[in-house]
Write a protein that binds this ligand. Structure first.
Ligand code: SF4
Length: 329
């Protein structure tokens, strides 16, 4: 469980009922708590450059939700910053601390407003951070899952690498919340995903969610090509087969598979925040692809991508349950 070493509350969050409950809970754990002026978050710089161990309690102020394609229609921001220390994530964004938002009721009202347009609308709860580590404090996922179950055209999804899912198992979810577990080989996890649970623990958490009737998917990303990568990814699929044999998922299990890629700006940022990164960011070994709005990324060449596709299509065909490959990119 995430245990911050220092908690800061922005003044404007103090009037919220959720802040009072959170404060009580954090005080009972003897955590140091300071109230700061709104926006004065620089005082909350963490113990190291990422500041993962500081918890900031704030009010979310943006008027509209961000679009979140291809995973969902909109992102709902319960938390930003993450206790995980995955190198590729640190390369892509500049984080300073874990921040939770206490005006959850305002966010849920906004969800209702978006849903009034009549069409089915899906919200994504993990675009800015993994939401599981802060769940024991905020219960934001539990509230959203139960809220979603009561709205006729709302769906909810989130991705996680973490495994503390027990508090979600007994909720009334009506199969309207989909949990996507981000998994990878043990080599990748131990090299690049410091501070996150093992492959086996993640699959076992997925098993529990399947047993509780939730629709479940797997995000296998980033897929890295390294010595023995084929054997390792086939072993990962073998583990899925073994551990999930008796799960009997209620809906086809989805797979989203994404190969490693990076932007030059992310490479530069990585070298600022990680002293000696393991992440393969050697531009000579990758090919450059242009994306929308003139942004481009370095990614594996076509022949390597073909091998990745072939491996997953072959391996997943042996799973003992219904599945759907959403994409391999
Ligand atoms: S667990 Fe997810 S959100 Fe957290 S650092 Fe790793 S990739 Fe980023």
């Amino acid at each position: 469980m995430f245990k911050p070493y220092h908690v800061y509350i922005e003044k404007e969050a103090l009037s919220y009922k959720q802040t009072k409950e959170l404060k009580k809970q954090l005080e009972s754990r003897h955590l140091p708590i300071d109230v700061i002026e709104n926006g004065q978050t620089k005082v909350a710089k963490g113990r190291d450059t990422s500041g993962d161990e500081v918890l900031m309690i704030s009010v979310y102020k943006n008027q509209e939700f961000r679009a979140a394609p291809p995973f969902a229609d909109y992102a709902i921001p319960f938390v930003s910053g993450c206790v995980g220390r995955c190198e590729y994530c640190r390369a892509a964004q500049c984080r300073s601390f874990v921040r939770v938002y206490v005006n959850e009721n305002d966010l849920l009202k906004k969800v209702k407003r978006y849903a009034q347009k009549g069409l089915a609308v899906t919200f994504e709860g993990s675009l800015e951070a993994d939401p599981i580590p802060t769940e024991p404090y905020t219960h934001a996922l539990a509230h959203m899952i139960e809220f979603t179950a009561k709205q006729p055209n709302v769906f909810f999804t989130f991705t996680t690498k973490f495994t503390d899912v027990d508090s979600l198992l007994c909720l009334n979810h009506q199969e309207r919340t989909k949990v996507r577990f981000s998994i990878n080989t043990d080599t990748v996890i131990s090299s690049f995903e410091e501070g996150t649970p093992s492959m086996k623990e993640r699959i076992m958490a997925a098993f529990k969610m399947m047993k509780a009737g939730y629709p479940v998917g797997f995000v296998i990303a980033p897929v890295f090509v390294y010595p023995n990568w084929k054997e390792d990814y086939l072993m990962l699929i073998k583990r899925l087969k073994e551990y999930l044999e008796s799960a009997h998922p209620s809906q086809p299990v989805t797979f989203e598979i994404m190969a490693h890629r990076f932007m030059k700006v992310a490479k530069n940022h990585l070298f600022q925040v990680v002293e000696d990164p393991y992440l393969p960011v050697d531009i000579q070994e990758m090919s450059y692809k242009y994306g929308p709005y003139f942004y481009g990324k370095n990614s594996y060449d076509v022949a390597t991508m073909d091998q990745i596709k072939e491996l997953f299509e072959f391996g997943l065909a042996h799973l003992p349950f219904n599945y759907e490959i959403k994409y391999i990119v």
